[in-house]
Design a protein around this ligand. Structure first.
Ligand code: AKB
Length: 314
């Protein structure tokens, strides 16, 4: 049975991944850590420790205390925040990753960290973006993610760390709000639709980006980590996606369930320019072929579920 340490456990992915992993591997086998204090009732089911990922000693101490054999390193700044605070982003995103990889090396632990569609840039093919292609991002976040993929591959080749990763698109969920991302509009729109029946988008109409519903993202992490190592030709990181849409498409999907829903636009130039530097749609065939990646939710199925869950929650 795995013993897993998660960093950034109170974040958008971590808050749901922690609970899913506890269901699978047992509550005591999943150690949630975050720089913030635990204020989530749900997390009381298992161990929680306060860990700043830039503090190698603390991370190592916790990994040893709980004798973990798997590290899932989620703590990072997302694209828009990283662009606003590039030096801080470099230090946190790269320093945290380096510490997490060093901890995995010392404990001979399996390793996961998310990458992003942010690894791609304006010179990358924009449609059906291949797994192996030009990666010249123009954002600090993208630079961090490309360097992170290379570093995680380096730890695999040099030290034998079983490192694996996914290039996530925008992730949509009704549990924990994302913060500081470019794709966050696709989460906010559902909250505003349910509360007010309208939304003002900071991303312009006609801007396509890949997206995925959180249940599919969690399954992808679990399936990748359970995949037989010899099957993996790629490791860091796999393109994964479930849908590609522009703001007017998600608005049309919402209007099917909330008649009269309205979308308006007040474009934020900073986030718009990040979005325009990313692909319109990416190709996930390597993930399908090497470890059987699949997804369940398309746009309408996700919309239906989001609205149902948010009506109950809000
Ligand atoms: C962001 O928008 O920064 C993230 C991502 C696509 O990596 N959601």
């Amino acid at each position: 049975m795995k013993r897993i340490l998660i960093t950034g456990a109170l974040g958008q992915i971590g808050s749901e991944l922690t609970l899913r992993l506890r269901e699978i591997y047992g509550a005591d086998h999943v150690i949630a850590t975050d720089i913030k204090k635990n204020d989530s009732e749900a997390f009381h089911s298992g161990p929680f420790e306060t860990v700043d990922v830039t503090d190698l000693n603390k991370m190592m101490e916790m990994a040893k205390k709980y004798k973990v054999d798997t590290i899932m390193h989620l703590a990072a700044l997302l694209s828009a925040t990283a662009e606003a605070k590039p030096v801080f982003a470099w230090n946190l995103n790269m320093g945290g990753l380096m510490n997490a990889l060093e901890t995995a090396r010392e404990l001979k632990a399996q390793f996961f960290t998310p990458s992003s569609i942010g690894v791609f840039g304006p010179s990358t093919p924009k449609n059906n973006t291949p797994q192996d292609t030009i990666m010249r991002p123009t954002t600090m976040y993208g630079v961090n993610k490309v360097a992170g993929e290379l570093l995680a591959d380096y730890y695999y080749h040099k030290f034998g760390v079983d490192s694996r990763g996914l290039r996530f698109p925008g992730l949509i969920s009704h549990v924990t709000l994302p913060g500081g991302g470019t794709t966050d509009y696709a989460v906010e729109i559902y909250y505003e639709a349910v509360k007010n029946g309208k939304y003002t988008s900071y991303i312009n109409k006609g801007t396509f980006m890949d997206m995925m519903y959180m249940p599919d993202a969690l399954n992808a992490i679990i399936d990748l980590m359970e995949a037989d190592a010899p099957k993996l030709k790629h490791r860091n990181s796999f393109n994964v996606t479930a849908m590609s849409f522009a703001p007017e498409d998600i608005a049309a999907s919402i209007a099917k369930y909330i008649p009269g829903f309205e979308i308006n636009y007040k474009v934020d130039p900073a986030r718009q320019s990040i979005a325009e530097s990313w692909p319109d749609s990416i190709d996930a065939s390597a993930a399908r072929e090497e470890w059987g990646f699949k997804y369940e939710y398309d746009l309408d199925k996700m919309t239906q579920d989001m609205i149902e869950k948010l009506r109950y929650k809000l």
